[in-house]
Design a protein around this ligand. Sequence first.
Ligand SMILES: Nc1nc2c(ncn2[C@@H]2O[C@H](COP(=O)(O)OP(=O)(O)OP(=O)(O)O)[C@@H](O)[C@H]2O)c(=O)[nH]1
Ligand SMILES: [Mg+2]
Ligand SMILES: [Zn+2]
Length: 329
Amino acid sequence: MSRSPKKAVAGRSDKSDKGKKLPPPPPPREGGEVGRVIRAQSNRADVEIDGKLMECTLRGRMRLEERKEANPMVVGDLVRVFPSREEGTGVVEEVLPRKSVLARARTGKMPQVLAANVDQALIVFAAALPDPDSYQLYQLDKLLVQAQSGQLAPLICCNKIDLRPESREVFDEYVNLGFPVVYTSAKAGIGLEELRERLHGKLNVLCGPSGVGKSSLLNALHPGLQIRTGEVSDWTRKGKHTTTRAEMHALGPETWVVDTPGIRRLELWEVPKEEVEEYFPEIEGLWEQCADPNCMHLDEGNCEVRRRVESGEISERRYESYRSIVQGR
Ligand SMILES: Nc1nc2c(ncn2[C@@H]2O[C@H](COP(=O)(O)OP(=O)(O)OP(=O)(O)O)[C@@H](O)[C@H]2O)c(=O)[nH]1
Ligand SMILES: [Mg+2]
Ligand SMILES: [Zn+2]
């Protein structure tokens, strides 16, 4: 539930009018074909059009246009392509407006869009190696916020459940909050059918820390993919990323999954602090019971959220995640 209209003007937006943030579609242009970017690197992209791949470059003038993100074309983008003379090649004339994005801010660099126009974020963490400690769970909380704010439905995956089945309890906290959670082992083949069902018919993006088994899960779901995965000795070394570039893979005729490189520390992009509580189901709507109608649940007096943290109704760890996100840490 959102607050009073006055508050909404101050930046608190209703879920229903969030779509208004996205730019209106440009007037349709004549000619060309619309395809989807499967892989992209700076001004080049492989574009899928009716089941065929086309090697494309971005039209020169578009490279110069002012942008606020690092990459002009990303995996999942719908682009208008005009074929070039050489068979199987083309020029991207237009990147169509995105209906959803999974993006991240980067200190000292332009923000990076990891994937566009996807429906669901499969947020993968591990039951062990890397352990779901408080640092990792804070990253999970931030990914939940970033995904939902970018119009993606979150699906949490606890992989490597073969290594430590007890870790289920850690992730059960999210089940109790109403988030969908699947428990899998890419190695032992646990939970793969449920995961397959939940990905079916959607465009999905896999995200999470390095070494949790994102690429391994894709290989387990579709052995034909043969995506490179890390060796245990490799990925435990700091700075090791086995997957280095986002890439979209087909799991079936209407099911696609974007594999992305691991994120060590997520910095949130374009999430106003007033919006953060909307993504914390245990906090959302409680402002109505706080003394201050503009309560951010930080240090204000008579705060219902803080009362619930003290009584144990709201987990202290989740509340600390909320605080840190609102305070931009
Ligand atoms: N025991 C166990 N090991 C797994 C499982 N899934 C993946 N692994 C191992 O974890 C390591 C990392 O797997 P990757 O699939 O490369 O991880 P990733 O998340 O794609 O990592 P980045 O590409 O660096 O982001 C590999 O050694 C895998 O064999 C699992 O379910 N159980
Ligand atoms: Mg990988
Ligand atoms: Zn409050």
